[in-house]
Design a protein around this ligand. Structure first.
Ligand SMILES: [Mg+2]
Length: 183
C-alpha cells in the first residue's frame, strides 16, 4: 500500500493532542512537592521552569518516563470520536506521529488501541524529528514541531502554544466535532 494520488495525509501528534499526559503528570509532581501547578500555569514549552526549585529537571521529567505512566493517562475529550471521524473520511489518511522519548517503544501504540482509537501499524510512526514526515498537515501542540512542519501546521491549542502564530488552529476536539456535525 503506497500513498494514493488524491489522499490528504493528516499527521496527528499523540501527547497533549490525543493523550492527556499533563494532568496525571502534574498530579504526581504536586503530591510529591506539595505544589498546586495546573495546566494553565504552563505558559511556555519549557515547563520545568514552573516547578519548585527543589524539583530537578531530571526528577520532573522522570514521572513521564515511568514504565506504567500511560496506565494512568486518559484520552483528551472527544479525541477518540474525532480520530474515528477523520479515519472514515474518503481520501483522508490519518497517521499518528509521536516522539518516543519514553522507556517503552510502542507504549503509545498500545495506549491508542486500548482506548478505542482507530489503529493500523502502517499509520503509526515514532519519530523525534517530525519535519521529515511528508504529511499535508501536522496537528501538534509543540511550538518547535509546528514551526518545522513539512507542510501545513495546525496548532492544537494548549497554554504553551498560545503565542504560536499558526494559520490553522484546533481549539479542542469537542468543538471540532461540533463543527463536523453541523456540516
Ligand atoms: Mg505533543
Amino acid at each position: 500500500m503506497g500513498r494514493k494520488d488524491m489522499e490528504i495525509v493528516f499527521a496527528i501528534d499523540v501527547d497533549s493532542v490525543l493523550a492527556n499526559i499533563v494532568d496525571p503528570w502534574l498530579e504526581s509532581y504536586n503530591r510529591d512537592f506539595n505544589d498546586n501547578l495546573t495546566r494553565q500555569d504552563l505558559k511556555t514549552w519549557d515547563i520545568h521552569q514552573y516547578a519548585k526549585h527543589e524539583c530537578s529537571k531530571e526528577k520532573f521529567f522522570s514521572y513521564i518516563k515511568e514504565d506504567d505512566f500511560y496506565d494512568g493517562v486518559q484520552p483528551v475529550p472527544f479525541a477518540v470520536e474525532a480520530m474515528n471521524f477523520m479515519w472514515e473520511q474518503v481520501n483522508r489518511r490519518v497517521i499518528y506521529v509521536t516522539d518516543s522519548s519514553f522507556t517503552i517503544p510502542g507504549a503509545k501504540a498500545d495506549w491508542l488501541q486500548a482506548h478505542g482509537f482507530p489503529f493500523d501499524k502502517k499509520n503509526y510512526f515514532e519519530c523525534a524529528d517530525k519535519s521529515l514526515i511528508a504529511a499535508d498537515y501536522l496537528v501538534d501542540d509543540a511550538p518547535h514541531n509546528l514551526e518545522n512542519a513539512f507542510s501545513e501546521a495546525i496548532a492544537y491549542s494548549q497554554p504553551w502554544n498560545a503565542d504560536v502564530e499558526s494559520a490553522l488552529r484546533i481549539d479542542n476536539w469537542t468543538r471540532f466535532m461540533e463543527g463536523s456535525n453541523n456540516e
